[in-house]
Design a binder for this molecule. Structure first.
Ligand SMILES: [Zn+2]
Length: 164
């Protein structure tokens, strides 16, 4: 078991944070964006970036090639729907995707939108970590967090209406 401190200061003890979130034992700050049979999408407001989405499998696996055929079909369908919602609802032109298999959690894909302010950090993969840290340290005020919550709400509505 590991002790993990959440963005809201709450501490949870869990072997895997992804398991804790996808099972509903821990409510991600910002709420659930979408839940399906095999996946769970949410935003980690610890990184206050409008339209950032984390898509996690419900099964405790680490790598893409561990997905069943059914899971992989659902995965690509969800990535596509969420991506379309980011574009149509939030006007997001570019998204960076990443997941790492040596995570201490389990299989989850980050969908990190590119916003204008991120240009200052350069482009491509080397900009991602500085962007996330900057968001957490410098863009964590109430106004920004409200914008982020509004964006989550708009994405959630569009996805639940089945428009995307
Ligand atoms: Zn897990």
């Amino acid at each position: 078991m590991r002790r993990i401190t959440m963005a809201n200061g709450e501490t949870v003890e869990t072997a895997c944070l992804s398991c804790a979130i996808t099972s509903g034992a821990v409510e991600p700050d910002g709420g659930v964006l979408l839940e399906t049979e095999h996946f769970h999408a949410h935003q980690d407001v610890a990184y206050p970036i409008e339209g950032l989405v984390i898509l996690a499998s419900k099964r405790h696996i680490k790598a893409l090639d561990e997905l069943t055929e059914e899971e992989s079909q659902e995965y690509i369908r969800l990535l596509t729907s969420i991506r379309r919602a980011q574009r149509e609802v939030l006007g997001i032109e570019h998204v960076y995707y990443f997941y790492n298999e040596d995570t201490t959690h389990h299989f989850h894909t980050w969908m990190v939108p590119r916003h204008e302010w991120m240009q200052a950090f350069g482009r491509s993969v080397e900009s991602v970590r500085p962007v996330l840290l900057h968001a957490r340290k410098e863009r964590n005020d109430e106004e920004q967090v409200l914008k982020v919550r509004a964006a989550i709400g708009a994405l959630r509505e569009a996805l639940q209406r089945g428009e995307c």
